[in-house]
Design a binder for this molecule. Structure first.
Ligand SMILES: Nc1ncnc2c1ncn2[C@@H]1O[C@H](COP(=O)(O)OP(=O)(O)O)[C@@H](O)[C@H]1O
Ligand SMILES: [Mg+2]
Length: 328
């Protein structure tokens, strides 16, 4: 089949209103390093789906084509309440696509940009859901390797006990456990280096504990408002992941009990052997530590940069309140 894409040669916005493989494209809803994701209408089943298309500039690159196909299989292999269900994947007119459940709400990147740090109870709830998805992937012998806020989707939950339902997505970098990683693979580290484990950087074998590290970086950011390491350039950031101790979380969140600091120190240990063995073990320790000081509810702290006494732009989300805003 020709790799020239007549459908998908120009700007992605040109696709709105077009039909691809029985899906009518309605609106762009997100993009990452590899793909553009649209809200689309499944014309056969008359339902809304998320349609992920391999970015046109990557569609001629075999590495990305393989990765994209691999993604649909990896995600579809795991049936889990916190992993976005894949409905169908294929290729039409040179365009590779994945149709999956449309998650109304927001990804965690946008949520954190909008809300700032979240209250501890919200953070623990979100962390637990992502952790259960990651542990399920690990049970299938898969390592996600790209745990970051942009790959976590937050939607409305079922009731006030479960105010949000969280999905892990983007299995594009998923690998079989214990496979080697490194910078040699084309475009592996497209995007952010804020959540990358030391063994991913140095090209040592990765297993579930690589995702424990990534998850801990994300949860640290949910609570602190920034990831564990802040450096001016990528090389310094890579160095920090490999050799520097993360600053104690309580420096950014003095409202949290000191017991949380050793939990992050362990989850962010340089050696995988020194970390929690699973993501849910990490979250269980975090939950206990956060409760240890009796602080499980309450408002998020002020955002960095606000002057004392300055009006808050808007009230912080109360922890029992859903923290997402639905897309228009
Ligand atoms: N099923 C979905 N429902 C709603 N939005 C989604 C869905 N999948 C992805 N998105 C949005 O699209 C963005 C990019 O998707 P992602 O799968 O992470 O692509 P990439 O591989 O390019 O990083 C996500 O950060 C999210 O905002
Ligand atoms: Mg992504």
């Amino acid at each position: 089949m020709s790799r020239e894409t007549s459908l998908f040669s120009g700007r992605p916005s040109e696709l709105v209103g077009q039909q691809i493989a029985g899906y009518r494209i309605e609106q762009e809803i997100g993009r990452g390093g590899m793909a553009v994701v649209y809200r689309a209408r499944d014309l056969r089943l008359e339902r809304t789906v998320a349609l992920k298309l391999l970015a046109p500039e990557l569609a001629r690159n075999d590495t990305f084509r393989r990765r994209f196909t691999h993604e649909s299989r990896a995600a579809a292999a795991i049936d889990h309440p916190h992993i976005v269900p894949v409905f169908e994947a294929g290729e039409t007119d040179g365009v590779l696509y994945i149709a999956m459940r449309f998650v109304a709400g927001s990804d965690l990147r946008h949520l954190l940009d909008r809300e700032g740090p979240l209250p501890p109870a919200t953070a623990v709830r979100v962390a637990a859901q992502v952790a259960s998805a990651l542990d399920a992937a690990h049970d299938h012998g898969l390592v996600h390797r790209d745990v970051k806020p942009g790959n976590i989707l937050v939607s409305r939950g079922t009731d006030s006990d479960h105010p949000e339902h969280v999905y892990l997505t983007d299995f594009g970098l998923t690998k079989k456990s214990l496979s080697l990683t490194g910078f040699t693979t084309v475009g592996q580290f497209v995007g952010t280096l804020d959540y990358v484990a030391p063994e991913q950087i140095s090209g040592r074998p990765v297993d579930a504990r690589c995702d424990v590290y990534g998850l801990a970086c994300v949860v640290y950011e949910i609570l602190a408002g920034h990831p564990p390491f802040l450096r001016d350039d990528d090389m310094a950031l890579l160095w920090a992941h490999q050799y520097d101790d993360p600053p104690p979380l309580t420096e950014a969140r003095p409202d949290l009990p000191p017991q949380v600091d050793p939990v992050f120190a362990k989850a962010l240990a340089k050696r995988p052997d020194d970390r929690y063995p699973s993501c849910l073990d990490f979250v269980a320790a975090l939950r206990a530590a956060a409760a240890g000081g009796g602080v499980v509810t309450g408002a998020a702290p002020a955002r960095a940069g606000r002057q004392p006494g300055e009006e808050r732009p808007k009230p912080p989300p109360r922890w029992a309140e859903p923290v997402f805003v639905e897309r228009a």
